[in-house]
Design a protein. Structure first.
Length: 334
């Protein structure tokens, strides 16, 4: 079973299934992984030969482990989360072979030299088609200094050095640093481990800042669309509704080439335009339609409408209702 202790910084643990009978290996490997990381379940195909090798070292708040295993599947199920409510973040840095990480509706295909983050707070699955080797770094989520919305956008996204961003520089540095930590005398390891944690935090921030989170973006825009008539629809209320910081909300919209206020104004203008073109709304004054969609100043609405669509609200309504005397004409709206 496991040798050494994982509770004292600087002490390590190691485990191998090779000395066990094949029928005992799966349960023993599952216990070892769960003791070193978080509560996990293991599945292997019957009849396929496999072995597991695990070494781990705890260095302050950061734990570095090397896992050799496969073929098989490692599962953090809803049952595992309930039994072991750990909130740590794990980072899988692939060394040899391939692995597929699935979490939060996304799939990360890992090759040697790439990594992906996964969150122990929610279920995940790691599929290993063949024997492979990986470094697993585990840390408290606070070390990444990210909002929960950012963490949800980070999981199961591949970080590699293929692009021109910070990852191209920092990922090789991280790989070399982790190798150096494993070879360095214990007296210097804690310092190097702190540097590794800082690099991981930078990589995580770069990853969530370089791409919008599709699922989060869709949730935010869908809920904002449903609230267009709400006078309390503000950037702060949107951020609060989705549990993210105001700064991160603005960053998401910036990555889409717009701002929160511009997006809301455009959607409100579109809704007002659609209503003005409906025969069933012809009895409403243009000022009433404008107010319904968040424009409390009729003159401002008319000016913005003309700048956007090249005609006034009165002209738009007349063109679509087929009358030269549209309902709802008010001074200053033409």
């Amino acid at each position: 079973m496991l040798t050494g202790s994982m509770t004292t910084p600087g002490q390590g643990a190691s485990f191998s299934t090779r000395s066990l009978a094949p029928r005992d290996r799966t349960a023993a490997w599952e216990r070892a992984l769960s003791q070193v990381f978080v509560g996990l379940e293991v599945a292997v195909e019957g009849g396929r030969p496999w072995a597991g090798e695990l070494t781990a070292e705890r260095l302050g708040a950061l734990q570095i482990a090397t896992e050799e295993f496969g073929p098989g599947t490692i599962l953090r199920s809803a049952r595992s989360v309930a039994a072991d409510p750990s909130t740590h973040i794990l980072v899988r840095l692939q060394l040899d072979g391939t692995a597929t990480l699935l979490q939060d509706g996304r799939t990360a295909e890992l090759r040697p030299g790439s990594l992906a983050f996964h969150d122990a707070r929610r279920p995940y699955r790691i599929v290993l088609p063949t024997r492979q080797r990986a470094r697993i770094l585990m840390m408290p989520r606070a070390l990444l200094r990210l909002e929960e919305g950012q963490l949800a956008a980070l999981t199961a996204t591949v970080v590699d050095d293929a692009g021109e961003g910070a990852a191209a520089l920092l990922l090789p540095l991280l790989c070399g640093l982790v190798d150096e930590i494993m070879r360095t005398p214990a007296t210097r390891r804690d310092h190097l481990a702190r540097i590794a944690a800082e690099i991981l935090a930078t990589l995580a921030l770069e990853q969530v800042s370089s791409r919008p989170a599709p699922a989060l973006w869709e949730r935010i825009t869908a809920s904002a669309q449903a609230r267009l008539q709400d006078p309390g629809l503000t950037p702060q209320s949107i951020a609060d509704q989705h549990g993210i910081s105001l700064r991160y909300l603005h960053r998401l919209f910036q990555l889409q080439g717009t701002t929160v206020n511009a997006w809301v104004r455009t959607r409100r203008l579109e809704s007002a335009r659609e209503e003005l073109a409906r025969a069933g709304a012809a009895h409403r004054s243009i000022a009433a339609v404008a107010a319904r969609w968040g424009f409390t100043n009729p003159s401002h609405f008319s000016r913005t409408f003309r700048e956007t669509y090249g005609m006034s609200p009165v002209q738009w309504r007349a063109a679509h209702l087929g009358t030269g005397h549209p309902a709802g004409t008010v001074p200053g709206m033409a």
